[in-house]
Design a protein around this ligand. Structure first.
Ligand SMILES: [Zn+2]
Length: 105
């Protein structure tokens, strides 16, 4: 993902509209690109700050952004664990099937 793409994804990221692959590429890029992280921070301040302007001092942008990024990453991890689990189940089924097949012969 390049900067242009990443910056287009920022709004979708906050709206939780990115699919898991996009979200991962987005987080990867933003974490390694200072410009996009800055853009993300500004966008976050704009969207969150406006609605909480009266207590804007309470906003810990860095921490909140980090939490959001981590949430995406952990969701992604869960997703891949789920996929690994499913793979194992299929593998076991194939083994049972093959072993069963062997037994019949
Ligand atoms: Zn970038």
């Amino acid at each position: 993902m390049d900067c242009k793409e990443a910056q287009k994804c920022i709004r979708s990221f906050f709206a939780d509209e990115l699919d898991i692959g996009e979200a991962k590429r987005f987080v990867d890029h933003v974490c390694s690109c200072k410009d996009c992280m800055e853009e993300l921070t500004i966008e976050y301040l704009l969207s969150e700050g406006m609605s909480r302007l009266e207590n804007a001092d309470d906003i810990d942008v860095e921490r909140e952004l980090e939490e959001r990024l981590n949430r995406v990453l952990s969701r992604k991890r869960m997703h891949s664990q789920l996929k690994t689990g499913l793979f194992l189940v299929v593998l076991i089924l194939i083994c049972i099937f093959l072993l069963g097949g062997v037994k019949i012969v």
